[in-house]
Design a protein around this ligand. Sequence first.
Ligand code: NAP
Length: 233
Amino acid sequence: MNIVVTGATKGMGKAIALLFAKHGFNVAACARTQADLDTLKGELIALHPSATIITSVCDVSKKEQVLQFAATCKSAFTKIDILINNAGVFVPGNIHNEPEGILEQLIDTNLYSAYHLTRALVPDMIKHQHGHIFNICSVASKNAYDAGGSYAISKFALYGFSQNLRHELKQHKVRVTAVLPGAVLTDSWNGTQLPASRFINVDDVAKLIYQAWEVSDRTVVEEILIRPMEGDI
Ligand code: NAP
Protein backbone atom coordinates (compact mmCIF):
# COMPACT_ATOMS: atom_id res chain seq x y z
CA MET A 1 0.00 0.00 0.00
CA ASN A 2 1.20 3.49 -0.87
CA ILE A 3 0.50 6.87 0.73
CA VAL A 4 1.42 10.40 -0.40
CA VAL A 5 1.65 13.08 2.29
CA THR A 6 2.36 16.78 1.75
CA GLY A 7 3.99 18.79 4.52
CA ALA A 8 5.15 15.55 6.12
CA THR A 9 8.19 16.67 8.10
CA LYS A 10 6.36 18.20 11.06
CA GLY A 11 3.07 18.24 12.92
CA MET A 12 0.10 16.31 11.60
CA GLY A 13 1.75 15.36 8.31
CA LYS A 14 4.63 13.71 10.14
CA ALA A 15 2.35 11.91 12.61
CA ILE A 16 0.30 10.57 9.68
CA ALA A 17 3.37 9.44 7.70
CA LEU A 18 4.82 7.65 10.75
CA LEU A 19 1.57 5.90 11.65
CA PHE A 20 0.94 4.61 8.13
CA ALA A 21 4.57 3.45 7.82
CA LYS A 22 4.08 1.55 11.08
CA HIS A 23 1.10 -0.14 9.43
CA GLY A 24 3.28 -1.26 6.49
CA PHE A 25 2.74 1.54 3.97
CA ASN A 26 5.29 2.88 1.52
CA VAL A 27 5.44 6.67 1.84
CA ALA A 28 6.03 9.58 -0.55
CA ALA A 29 6.52 12.78 1.42
CA CYS A 30 7.29 16.37 0.59
CA ALA A 31 8.16 19.62 2.35
CA ARG A 32 10.49 22.53 1.59
CA THR A 33 13.40 21.64 3.90
CA GLN A 34 15.82 18.91 2.77
CA ALA A 35 17.33 18.31 6.23
CA ASP A 36 13.89 17.64 7.75
CA LEU A 37 13.06 15.27 4.89
CA ASP A 38 16.30 13.36 5.57
CA THR A 39 15.37 13.04 9.26
CA LEU A 40 11.87 11.87 8.34
CA LYS A 41 13.24 9.29 5.92
CA GLY A 42 15.45 7.82 8.67
CA GLU A 43 12.50 7.60 11.07
CA LEU A 44 10.26 5.97 8.45
CA ILE A 45 12.89 3.40 7.50
CA ALA A 46 13.41 2.59 11.19
CA LEU A 47 9.68 1.83 11.51
CA HIS A 48 9.39 -0.07 8.23
CA PRO A 49 12.82 -1.18 7.00
CA SER A 50 11.62 -2.77 3.75
CA ALA A 51 9.46 0.21 2.74
CA THR A 52 9.92 2.38 -0.33
CA ILE A 53 10.31 5.91 1.03
CA ILE A 54 10.31 8.87 -1.37
CA THR A 55 11.16 12.31 -0.03
CA SER A 56 11.03 15.35 -2.29
CA VAL A 57 11.74 19.01 -1.74
CA CYS A 58 8.61 20.72 -3.00
CA ASP A 59 7.01 24.06 -2.29
CA VAL A 60 3.33 23.21 -2.75
CA SER A 61 2.46 26.84 -3.39
CA LYS A 62 4.22 26.47 -6.77
CA LYS A 63 2.23 24.57 -9.38
CA GLU A 64 5.28 23.34 -11.35
CA GLN A 65 6.81 21.88 -8.17
CA VAL A 66 3.54 20.16 -7.25
CA LEU A 67 3.35 18.59 -10.71
CA GLN A 68 6.98 17.47 -10.44
CA PHE A 69 6.24 15.86 -7.05
CA ALA A 70 3.19 14.13 -8.56
CA ALA A 71 5.34 12.75 -11.38
CA THR A 72 7.88 11.44 -8.84
CA CYS A 73 5.09 9.69 -6.88
CA LYS A 74 3.63 8.15 -10.04
CA SER A 75 6.96 6.80 -11.18
CA ALA A 76 7.72 5.33 -7.72
CA PHE A 77 4.36 3.66 -7.11
CA THR A 78 2.24 1.61 -9.51
CA LYS A 79 -0.84 2.84 -7.65
CA ILE A 80 -1.53 5.36 -4.93
CA ASP A 81 -3.95 4.25 -2.23
CA ILE A 82 -4.06 7.41 -0.12
CA LEU A 83 -3.36 11.09 -0.73
CA ILE A 84 -3.12 13.41 2.27
CA ASN A 85 -3.34 17.08 1.26
CA ASN A 86 -1.91 18.41 4.50
CA ALA A 87 0.67 21.13 3.78
CA GLY A 88 -0.65 24.51 4.80
CA VAL A 89 0.23 27.74 6.54
CA PHE A 90 -1.60 29.86 9.08
CA VAL A 91 -1.19 33.64 9.04
CA PRO A 92 -3.44 35.36 11.58
CA GLY A 93 -5.08 38.55 10.41
CA ASN A 94 -8.23 40.40 9.54
CA ILE A 95 -9.57 40.66 6.02
CA HIS A 96 -9.96 44.45 6.26
CA ASN A 97 -6.37 45.24 7.23
CA GLU A 98 -4.06 42.25 6.70
CA PRO A 99 -1.08 42.97 4.41
CA GLU A 100 -1.60 42.97 0.64
CA GLY A 101 -0.87 39.56 -0.90
CA ILE A 102 -1.82 37.37 2.08
CA LEU A 103 -4.91 35.99 0.38
CA GLU A 104 -2.89 35.00 -2.68
CA GLN A 105 -0.20 33.34 -0.53
CA LEU A 106 -2.73 31.37 1.49
CA ILE A 107 -4.84 30.32 -1.47
CA ASP A 108 -1.69 29.18 -3.32
CA THR A 109 -0.45 27.16 -0.33
CA ASN A 110 -3.65 25.89 1.27
CA LEU A 111 -5.96 25.42 -1.75
CA TYR A 112 -4.28 25.35 -5.16
CA SER A 113 -1.70 22.88 -3.80
CA ALA A 114 -4.44 20.33 -3.07
CA TYR A 115 -6.26 21.12 -6.31
CA HIS A 116 -3.22 20.55 -8.53
CA LEU A 117 -1.88 17.50 -6.71
CA THR A 118 -5.30 15.86 -6.63
CA ARG A 119 -5.87 16.47 -10.35
CA ALA A 120 -2.47 14.95 -11.12
CA LEU A 121 -2.99 11.80 -9.02
CA VAL A 122 -6.72 11.13 -9.19
CA PRO A 123 -6.94 9.80 -12.77
CA ASP A 124 -5.06 6.66 -11.66
CA MET A 125 -7.37 6.28 -8.64
CA ILE A 126 -10.33 6.50 -11.00
CA LYS A 127 -8.73 3.95 -13.28
CA HIS A 128 -8.27 1.53 -10.36
CA GLN A 129 -11.71 2.41 -8.86
CA HIS A 130 -9.86 2.71 -5.57
CA GLY A 131 -8.34 5.47 -3.47
CA HIS A 132 -8.83 7.77 -0.50
CA ILE A 133 -8.12 11.50 -0.41
CA PHE A 134 -7.93 13.35 2.91
CA ASN A 135 -7.93 17.16 2.89
CA ILE A 136 -6.72 18.77 6.10
CA CYS A 137 -9.20 21.60 6.50
CA SER A 138 -9.89 23.22 9.90
CA VAL A 139 -12.67 24.25 12.25
CA ALA A 140 -11.97 27.54 10.45
CA SER A 141 -13.55 25.89 7.38
CA LYS A 142 -16.99 26.13 9.01
CA ASN A 143 -17.13 29.21 11.23
CA ALA A 144 -15.69 32.68 11.43
CA TYR A 145 -13.32 33.27 14.32
CA ASP A 146 -11.02 36.00 15.65
CA ALA A 147 -8.02 36.69 13.36
CA GLY A 148 -9.22 34.09 10.86
CA GLY A 149 -8.73 36.49 7.93
CA SER A 150 -7.61 34.98 4.65
CA TYR A 151 -6.65 31.71 6.37
CA ALA A 152 -10.33 31.06 7.01
CA ILE A 153 -11.15 31.93 3.38
CA SER A 154 -8.61 29.37 2.18
CA LYS A 155 -9.90 26.68 4.55
CA PHE A 156 -13.56 27.32 3.66
CA ALA A 157 -12.50 26.88 0.04
CA LEU A 158 -10.62 23.65 0.76
CA TYR A 159 -13.73 22.31 2.51
CA GLY A 160 -15.87 23.24 -0.50
CA PHE A 161 -13.32 21.57 -2.76
CA SER A 162 -13.57 18.42 -0.59
CA GLN A 163 -17.35 18.29 -0.82
CA ASN A 164 -17.46 18.69 -4.58
CA LEU A 165 -14.64 16.22 -5.05
CA ARG A 166 -16.47 13.61 -2.94
CA HIS A 167 -19.61 14.14 -4.99
CA GLU A 168 -17.69 13.66 -8.26
CA LEU A 169 -15.64 10.67 -7.14
CA LYS A 170 -18.19 8.53 -5.34
CA GLN A 171 -19.23 6.91 -8.64
CA HIS A 172 -15.56 5.97 -9.11
CA LYS A 173 -15.26 4.44 -5.63
CA VAL A 174 -12.67 7.00 -4.54
CA ARG A 175 -13.34 8.24 -1.01
CA VAL A 176 -12.84 11.85 0.09
CA THR A 177 -12.63 12.85 3.76
CA ALA A 178 -12.43 16.41 5.06
CA VAL A 179 -10.49 16.61 8.33
CA LEU A 180 -11.48 19.64 10.44
CA PRO A 181 -9.31 19.98 13.53
CA GLY A 182 -9.41 22.67 16.17
CA ALA A 183 -6.08 23.61 17.74
CA VAL A 184 -3.53 20.79 17.45
CA LEU A 185 -0.22 21.10 19.32
CA THR A 186 2.30 21.37 16.48
CA ASP A 187 5.11 23.77 15.50
CA SER A 188 2.38 26.14 14.27
CA TRP A 189 1.81 26.93 17.96
CA ASN A 190 5.46 27.46 18.96
CA GLY A 191 5.65 30.07 21.71
CA THR A 192 2.15 29.53 23.04
CA GLN A 193 1.68 30.11 26.77
CA LEU A 194 -1.20 27.60 26.93
CA PRO A 195 -0.67 24.14 28.44
CA ALA A 196 -0.52 21.08 26.16
CA SER A 197 -3.78 19.91 27.74
CA ARG A 198 -5.66 22.70 25.89
CA PHE A 199 -4.70 21.21 22.50
CA ILE A 200 -5.62 18.15 20.46
CA ASN A 201 -2.85 15.54 20.51
CA VAL A 202 -1.31 15.30 17.03
CA ASP A 203 -1.27 11.49 17.22
CA ASP A 204 -5.03 11.47 17.74
CA VAL A 205 -5.47 13.16 14.35
CA ALA A 206 -3.32 10.50 12.68
CA LYS A 207 -5.21 7.73 14.49
CA LEU A 208 -8.62 9.03 13.35
CA ILE A 209 -7.38 9.27 9.76
CA TYR A 210 -6.14 5.70 9.93
CA GLN A 211 -9.50 4.56 11.29
CA ALA A 212 -11.37 6.37 8.49
CA TRP A 213 -9.16 4.58 5.97
CA GLU A 214 -9.77 1.21 7.63
CA VAL A 215 -13.56 1.13 7.27
CA SER A 216 -14.89 -1.11 4.52
CA ASP A 217 -15.12 0.07 0.90
CA ARG A 218 -18.89 0.33 1.32
CA THR A 219 -18.47 3.27 3.68
CA VAL A 220 -16.99 6.76 3.50
CA VAL A 221 -16.21 8.92 6.52
CA GLU A 222 -17.10 12.29 5.03
CA GLU A 223 -15.77 14.49 7.84
CA ILE A 224 -13.62 14.23 10.92
CA LEU A 225 -14.44 17.24 13.13
CA ILE A 226 -12.31 17.33 16.28
CA ARG A 227 -11.71 19.85 19.04
CA PRO A 228 -9.70 20.10 22.24
CA MET A 229 -11.70 18.50 25.07
CA GLU A 230 -12.20 21.89 26.74
CA GLY A 231 -13.23 23.59 23.49
CA ASP A 232 -11.63 25.98 21.01
CA ILE A 233 -8.88 28.31 22.18
P1 NAP B 1 3.25 22.40 10.96
O1 NAP B 1 3.55 21.65 12.21
O2 NAP B 1 3.56 23.85 10.92
O3 NAP B 1 3.98 21.65 9.75
C1 NAP B 1 3.76 22.09 8.44
C2 NAP B 1 4.39 21.11 7.48
O4 NAP B 1 4.10 21.53 6.16
C3 NAP B 1 5.90 21.06 7.60
O5 NAP B 1 6.35 19.78 7.21
C4 NAP B 1 6.34 22.13 6.60
O6 NAP B 1 7.68 21.90 6.21
C5 NAP B 1 5.31 21.87 5.49
N1 NAP B 1 5.03 23.03 4.64
C6 NAP B 1 4.66 24.27 5.01
N2 NAP B 1 4.52 25.05 3.92
C7 NAP B 1 4.80 24.27 2.84
C8 NAP B 1 4.86 24.50 1.45
N3 NAP B 1 4.60 25.72 0.93
N4 NAP B 1 5.20 23.49 0.63
C9 NAP B 1 5.48 22.26 1.15
N5 NAP B 1 5.44 21.98 2.46
C10 NAP B 1 5.12 22.98 3.30
O7 NAP B 1 1.72 22.26 10.53
P2 NAP B 1 0.47 21.60 11.26
O8 NAP B 1 0.10 22.46 12.41
O9 NAP B 1 0.69 20.15 11.43
O10 NAP B 1 -0.66 21.85 10.14
C11 NAP B 1 -0.86 20.93 9.09
C12 NAP B 1 -2.16 21.31 8.38
O11 NAP B 1 -3.23 21.33 9.32
C13 NAP B 1 -2.15 22.70 7.76
O12 NAP B 1 -2.86 22.66 6.54
C14 NAP B 1 -2.89 23.55 8.78
O13 NAP B 1 -3.51 24.67 8.20
C15 NAP B 1 -3.91 22.56 9.29
N6 NAP B 1 -4.44 22.83 10.62
C16 NAP B 1 -3.61 23.03 11.69
C17 NAP B 1 -4.15 23.22 12.95
C18 NAP B 1 -3.29 23.39 14.18
O14 NAP B 1 -3.80 23.87 15.21
N7 NAP B 1 -2.03 23.01 14.15
C19 NAP B 1 -5.55 23.24 13.11
C20 NAP B 1 -6.36 23.05 12.00
C21 NAP B 1 -5.80 22.83 10.76
P3 NAP B 1 8.57 23.08 5.54
O15 NAP B 1 8.32 24.31 6.34
O16 NAP B 1 9.97 22.57 5.60
O17 NAP B 1 8.08 23.19 4.12
